[in-house]
Write a protein that binds this ligand. Structure first.
Ligand code: FES
Length: 108
C-alpha cells in the first residue's frame, strides 16, 4: 500500500485534562503534554524512525499518571520528569528494553 508506514513502536501518552478538583485528577495536571512534546522532539532530534508518539485521551490509569503505554508490547509506564522521558527513549525505543523503574503499578 502506498505511503503505508509500519511502526516499530507506537507510544500513547495521555494528555487528558479534567476540571480542577476532579476526584481522579488527570495527566494534564501532571504536565503530561509538556513531557509528551519533549519525548516527541527528542525522538525526532535523534532520528528515531518508525516510532509514533501520540497524545491520547484518558487511558483509565489516572491516579498513576502521567500514563504512557507502548505497543506492540503493551508496556505501561508512569512518566513524571525529563529524565524518565530520556530513559524511555534510550532503553525502550532504542534498545527494546523495558525500563523496570518506571513500570506502572499493575494492581491499580
Ligand atoms: S487522565 Fe490520564 S489516564 Fe486518565
Amino acid at each position: 500500500m502506498k505511503n503505508f508506514v509500519e511502526y516499530k513502536y507506537h507510544v500513547f501518552f495521555c494528555t487528558n485534562k479534567r476540571p480542577e478538583g476532579h476526584p481522579r485528577g488527570c495527566c494534564a495536571q501532571k504536565k503530561s503534554l509538556k513531557l509528551r512534546n519533549l519525548m516527541k522532539a527528542k525522538a525526532k532530534s535523534l532520528g528515531i524512525e518508525k516510532v509514533r508518539i501520540n497524545a491520547s485521551g484518558c487511558l483509565d490509569k489516572c491516579e498513576q499518571g502521567p500514563t504512557v503505554v507502548i505497543y506492540p508490547e503493551g508496556v505501561w509506564y508512569t512518566i513524571r520528569k525529563e529524565a524518565d522521558v530520556e530513559d524511555i527513549i534510550n532503553e525502550h525505543l532504542l534498545k527494546g528494553k523495558t525500563v523496570e523503574r518506571l513500570l506502572m503499578n499493575k494492581k491499580d
